[in-house]
Design a protein around this ligand. Sequence first.
Ligand code: ADP
Ligand code: MG
Length: 453
Amino acid sequence: MSGFEQLGVDELLLPGLRRRGIRAPTAVQAGTLAEAHAGRDVVAVAPTGSGKTLAFLLPIARKLRAEPPARVRGGAVDAMQRLRAVVLAPTRELAQQIGREAESLLGGTVLRVTVAYGKSAISPQIQSIRKGTDVLVATPGRLRELLDADACSLAWLRFLVIDEADRMLDMGFLPQVKAIADRCPTERQTLLYTATLPKAVEELARTLVREPLRFGERSTAARAEPVAFGVEDRGKTHLLLHLLKEPSRTGVLVFVRTRRRAGWVAEALHRNGIRTGSLHGDRSQKQREAALAGVSEGRLRVLVATDVAARGLHVPALRCVVNYDMPLVDQDLVHRLGRAGHGDADFAEAFAFVAPDDQDRWRRLARNCEIDPRLKPLPEDALPAEVRRPSTQPPEARRRATARQQKRERLERVEAFRKRRDEQAAQRGRLRGKQSAKPIASGSRPGKGARKS
Ligand code: ADP
Ligand code: MG
């Protein structure tokens, strides 16, 4: 069985590929085809000649063959409704080249291809589309002309492909591409290919694609792989301060288990002259926004946060995530790691501080996230001598202190859970357009009011 079959390529297309000497997938094809066939958006960075054209034509061919266009009340297919894939290319030559590749791939099928580009007569292109075309390969300018002339409709589009996005940028086509994408149905699959990934293209990708598979250049940097250190709780702040001695570490988000700990850590960083903000449940919306703005604008270097407070937040300036404590909820680790490197930063870093009691859980979480679970040795001189030495507290006192600490944390956890539940309930109430139930006054019991004496 060829690699192409395993990647989900339509069997009917394989003989044609073989005839052209195409037997095994190239890297970009092997890396994206399976997900693209499954319907996922793709952002792929790969050099010229790496086989990007087939990486988008193969999924289009399979899907369009499997799902013929809707018929109007059992009658003939409306020619306009056949147009279900648009491939945008920056130049006439590239459009023609993609068109040729598409024709030779789809030659044995019912699917038809039209190529449209500017500085040439528009009417033959309009005629070809009106006869019914399934795939339109076009330059952005000409496609807009065709749309303005009502020659075609994007209403039935299933695929939008943006090929050579970096050259689109060079030629000043990005606004046109955006305008075209705005006219496509949101329920579409978007595939973007480029040889390089300048900021403006990354920005375009962010607005056009949804949870894409990323291939190439940025695919590994997009999610930071944490460096994990085994460190006792009392050494964590020292280790954090040690990491912050590196002045290039700015935009640091430190995750802690509870808001009490958030307060302690922020306080300790303050004392050491590090501009620090915090983000947790005790802070007002206004305070949180001020803290976020502080990091975005570079006034704050570090933000100490609990998971609940940090959920869903997007701060482009974040470049480093420190898992000071393990998350309370397993899936929060993925959310945390996804935080850094969203913006323009060229790198994203992450660290995990793993206390002795957390080691089993860390290994399990790391494996679930496909992260290397091994603990790295602490940097030389990261901890002061008195912390490096084993604790001098008598065992009984240590046990009691630990028990007190655990009890405190249990209570905070219960409180955090309740708070989150109430917030969710309130949200559901809002979604239904109603106020949530009136809070039960302290001392009252459920059902009490309804019962007669
Ligand atoms: P890109 O768009 O990445 O610059 P193309 O898609 O134009 O590259 O492909 C370059 C050439 O490689 C084309 O002639 C194409 O037919 C050929 N090609 C594509 N995929 C394969 C493959 N899996 N095996 C061999 N040749 C391939
Ligand atoms: Mg190409």
